[in-house]
Design a protein around this ligand. Sequence first.
Ligand code: DCP
Ligand code: MG
Length: 380
Amino acid sequence: TGQDKEMAVFSVPSYACQRRTTLDNQNTTLTDALSLLAENAELSDEDGRGVAFRRAAAVLKALPKPVTDMAQLRGLPCLGEHSLRVIRDILENGMSSEVESTKQSERYKALKVLTGIFGVGAKTADRWIREGIHTLHQLRDSGHTLNRAQQAGVFLHYDDLNRPVSKADADIIGETVGKAVDAVLPGAQVTLIGGFRRGKLTGHDVDFLITHPEEGREEGLMPKVVSWLESRGFLLYQKTTRNSYLECKDGPARPPSNIDRFERCLSIFKLANEETGGTTQLETLTENGTEPAGHRPWRAVRVDLVVSPVSQFAFALLGWTGSKLFERELRRWAGYEKAMSLSSHALYDNKQSRYLRATSEEEIFAHLGLEYIPPSERNA
Ligand code: DCP
Ligand code: MG
């Protein structure tokens, strides 16, 4: 019809890993609304609903223009009945009553506060809410025994860890990590991964991938890096684990044999403020027992370190660059469309019953029969 001609008609492939999604989102009102419902579902242990909302939001993020009319969405993938209802409400009434009531609900507010604590996930938060704990004060007065991460999260660094980290902060931390790695294993390489590699200007943490060009030299590297950082006062908290990635549900069918070398360190960095001199430090503490942010010359920042053997580097790089939905879609594409299992360690071809090697992300996309998508276009 004549009306359709004036309206932009969109066409989008079904898997997010087939699309170029930049940070230039033309539909933020709609995607914010769907992301909030996704977050609420995920926090309520409804992962299926969460993914459905995330996929719908990702389709809208890939559109070159703002959506103004429901007719423009005809034929687009991943837009279920529920997501379409939310979009229609916003286009017609300027808001979705479901989104607004979720945002206002005591449960959602409490989930946000409690999962804002370092080391507290949806399950723990849900258990506390069922006990009537909705705020940090109620948690503190409840007499619950908190683990080391949670104590750091509640009492020491709650505000800092819930403030976005800037790219400038990420770069300063990158220099420090670079120095540490260089000191304990010359020749080892540090790469910025996660959201900052995708070009984001802020993040909830800073992620780094460490490797060495000679296979095996990276073994035992993490504890040395951590001691170097710790002895110089850069760490407020750290917990080093092995293979945590493999324990997640979407892990690969089978890991390669040298898998146990994969190490990860979840840490909290002490980042010095730019302008240190001048202000005198006050001795007063806030009610939480936290030093007020304005009166101390540093802030706490979450930093995630991962060590990978060079043979797995391309897979680790691809797997840790994100976005989370892009990663999920890559694995879904590999499994459903190619009968392959992709992890951040390897790619296994189920038909050929063998691992496919790769030394670059480009090669992995090629193995998967996908056009190469650079990090800045993986913001699904
Ligand atoms: N990742 C993953 N599985 C995990 C942990 C991480 O697939 N168990 C991947 C997907 C993420 C990337 O690693 O994109 C980094 O994780 P973050 O949670 O730090 O996510 P981002 O860096 O993308 O976002 P933010 O800016 O909030 O830090
Ligand atoms: Mg990150």
